[in-house]
Design a binder for this molecule. Sequence first.
Ligand SMILES: [Zn+2]
Length: 269
Amino acid sequence: MTTPSHNARAGTERGAFTLVELLVVITIIALLMSILLPALAGAREQGKRIHCMANMSSLTKAWLMYALQNDDNLCSADTEWNETPVRGHWVADGPDITTNLIGGTQQAISDGALWSYIGQEIKAYKCKSDSSDLIRSYALSRTMNGKTCDCEHDGIVSFKTWSSIRAASTKMVFVDAAAMEGEKWIEGSFCCVKKIDDIPPQWFNRSTRNITARHSDGCNLSFADSHCEYWKYTDPRTAELAYWQIGSEDASPENADLDRFVQALWGNQ
Ligand SMILES: [Zn+2]
């Protein structure tokens, strides 16, 4: 027969962990953490990507509403706040952000043509995955009533009205974009190729305008019928270009992502 004090001691001994058991438990927890944390980070980024897509959807619907209420005329992809007469620029940052106090500020957005159509919601202009200090992450395709000039984009076709856009579901409107760290803005008018009709095409970027790869080496885009898509880059050089790790000459040859962008900007005009 055992005494009560003996029973209590035996219970204590059964409940105690040995050092080995403790180490095994810690190892298992560390292993589970190493498996789960990347998955959680991936889920978090996926949430940001979906949020970004919702922003672009709102912007694109505002862009469509502008055309509907302005006799089919598209707002301008350009950003010249001091140009007269005012042509309905979607944002009003430029022309030269280094010589004005408006570019890169909220006023540049609230002076833009889409502000009233998007319910004056400043957050709609910023991607959740954009960790920069900039208040706007998106750019509008230069093919959507952007400036045509004898510059690097010579030869571009710029649609002036919504009804003139051929195959609207294939034509890019807004794109998630990036600028180099330290820049005050992302140019509002987007064209990522050197010359739109160059064969073969060549990427074109500069410190205030580049594609982004911040969504798991891909980006979001919207199209003229207002739907949005996520593009995961298929060529590893595309993300390297987006992160300024290689130049356009190295990233361009036989790059399927570049061909895809050209089609979305320009395909069949
Ligand atoms: Zn985004």
